[in-house]
Design a protein around this ligand. Structure first.
Ligand code: SF4
Length: 329
């Protein structure tokens, strides 16, 4: 039976208001209203998580689909999502669950672990599809149980979360794919209803704690100038050249009707990003080289043409030149 779940990270204010401290929106919420994410509601001065245990999407996916290319390549992961989002990207690819009221099935953390056990041949759970950071309480309670059961936890997130809740959750997270949606605050403000700096802070913090890859959807005429792409790649490279960057091609979705990002621009973006990063992959494109090569000697390490084949990798080192490869497997 569904239970009411009191939210973590909020403060009670006068007149039955509450202030939510989970994400940088800092919502002040009156009685009987929800925050911007629509999933945290004030009832009589207590903040509740409305999506606790509510699952709208469930699939056994290749890990490469998250996308994570350097974390157990070739494995599968049980991918689940709920509903709601704390950003409002006009090009949202998952708007049916992020911004609508989809049907959901309620499960407890213990039941989800049982479901994960019942499915064979996967490495654990990916919290994905809608924004997992606003599913905070459910993930915070489920992730340690998944670890106890010998499985992995993966977050596919927009990174728009405050520092304290992020740090409390990170010990239970093995890998993250963080959306860095653009590299100007105007893009975040005007097209996503957010801000750039909290996402950069999340990336810097997460990098020190777990395996991390970054995805940027290049949206035609919006965040795809060569100057912006260069700034973004240079900044990631200043943290580490070894962070994989996935440059994903935009197609019209939700409220955005601009044409798909031109292919020649995607290729040029890849070239620019490779000046600062060792592993740049293009996504949402059928005919593209998705293989991983040793950045030192050029040897092919992982072949992703039809099936995933790991070769030329010996105890995380390139078999040809011995370079240490940042691949978790
Ligand atoms: S998590 Fe939701 S309620 Fe809390 S501050 Fe962010 S948008 Fe507002």
């Amino acid at each position: 039976m569904k239970m009411e779940k009191e939210a973590m990270y909020y403060r009670k204010l006068d007149n039955n208001y509450v202030k939510c401290d989970l994400c940088p929106h800092d919502c002040h919420i009156p009685h009987d209203k929800a925050g911007r994410c629509r999933v945290r509601k004030n009832e009589g001065g207590t903040l509740y998580s409305l999506n606790y245990g509510e699952i709208t999407s469930f699939a056994l996916d290749p890990i490469e689909k998250k996308p994570l290319y350097h974390f157990y390549p070739g494995s599968r992961i049980l991918s689940i999502g709920s509903f709601g989002c704390n950003l409002a990207c006009s090009f949202c690819q998952n708007w049916q669950i992020a911004h609508r009221e989809p049907e959901a099935t309620y499960v407890t953390p213990e039941q989800l672990v049982q479901v994960a056990h019942a499915h064979k041949d996967h490495i654990g759970i990916a919290y994905t599809y809608n924004e997992p950071s606003i599913w905070y309480e459910f993930i915070y309670e489920t992730a340690p149980l998944i670890h106890e059961a010998g499985m992995k936890n993966v977050l596919v997130t927009n990174g728009f979360i405050k520092d304290a809740p992020l740090r409390k959750l990170l010990p239970h997270i093995d890998a993250m794919n963080i959306d860095l949606k653009g590299f100007t605050n105007d893009f975040y403000k005007d097209l996503c209803g957010g801000a750039l700096s909290p996402v950069k802070e999340t990336i810097e913090t997460a990098f020190k704690s777990c395996h991390m890859e970054i995805t940027t959807l290049l949206v035609s005429e919006s965040n795809d100038s060569f100057e912006e792409i260069e700034g973004l790649a240079k900044w990631i490279g200043s943290i580490s050249r070894e962070i994989p960057l996935h440059l994903s091609r935009y197609f019209p979705a939700y409220k955005m009707e601009l044409p798909p990002t031109p292919m020649n621009l995607m290729k040029e973006a890849e070239t620019i990003a490779k000046k600062y990063l060792d592993y740049v992959y293009l996504g949402n494109i059928a005919e593209v080289d998705r293989n991983t090569y040793c950045p030192q000697c050029g040897e092919e390490m992982i072949d992703r043409k039809l099936t995933i084949n790991i070769h030329s990798l010996n105890e995380k080192r390139c078999k040809k030149c011995g370079k240490n490869m940042p691949i978790v497997c």
